[in-house]
Design a protein around this ligand. Sequence first.
Ligand code: HEM
Length: 202
Amino acid sequence: MLYYIIITLLSIAVLVLSVVMPNDFFLHELPRLTANIGIAFLRVTLLVKPVFMIMTKYLARKRSGIVKIFFNILYTISRRGMKWRRQLGITSFLIIAVHAGLRIIQWMQIDFSLRTQLQTFRLLAGYIGLLMLFVGYITSNNYSIRLFKKNRKLIQYTAYIALIFALLHLAFLNFWEYAQHYIIFIVYFVLKLIEKKYIKLF
Ligand code: HEM
């Protein structure tokens, strides 16, 4: 809970600072930086579970040699990640919210109309993605977790929808520059199929 409060306040502080000191760093460099760090956090949040599940299954088969060492490392990292999944999700949302917030502040200095924004497909996709992450964020505190206990799984699915909309948000930018995002999405999709046993590796 303390983490939740601290990181939320920190994000608000960054946005306030960018209004008070609208310099090149806050309005041009930081939006890009937060976009890339935010999406990286989102990927890790979503990848942790399939990697952990697959590694658990793999190690249960007691393989040996270099492969086992490699899988052991992945297992240890993903097990730790599983414990931090909630914090990772919260952090993803806040970093991406700062990215969107900074862009909005930047536009406000010129001309900002939410209506025009929502008519631009890639921005609309961004807003929907952000909304999906917000649902996860607002339901990640202890009180909401108790309240939505039965719907937790359903709420977690919003992160997957957010990732799809994030890709749509990037779809009309330079394809090759953002190709890594699509490749990681395909890797993630394949891992999910392995985790759910639609693809059998071993
Ligand atoms: C799930 C939500 C979102 C994610 C994951 C996301 C991620 C990204 C990423 C990775 C980029 C590319 C950064 C780069 O230039 O290297 C980007 C660009 C951008 N995003 Fe977002 N974003 C999201 C939501 C939003 C929202 C809600 C807005 C609107 C305020 C927005 C506005 C922009 C703009 C204006 C660009 C720059 C593209 C350009 O140069 O024209 N994003 N975003």
